[in-house]
Design a protein around this ligand. Sequence first.
Ligand SMILES: [Zn+2]
Length: 102
Amino acid sequence: MRIACPFCGERESGEFTYLGDASPKRPNFAVDSGTGPEAAEDAFYDYVYLRDNVAGVMREYWYHGGGCRSWLVAERNTVTHEFGSVTAAPGAGAAKPAHAGE
Ligand SMILES: [Zn+2]
């Protein structure tokens, strides 16, 4: 299985670490005003513990520890293990080489 890192190119999957589903969004209680403590607790429980068991394409976080040390968001088919698009995770850029500041 090979993953096309947007910074390093196509690499063996052994260089990457799987984190998990990239689709859950953290509940924003400031925006969701009017929710009681029980509803807020339920929403946060869902965010932390509950995941869909997708048979098909899903968005996942991957870390390229054996390369550029960037967090990536990859689309992967969980049935065939084929990768689709691979992009940098929001807010995560490629690690800068040691000589970049020179
Ligand atoms: Zn990379």
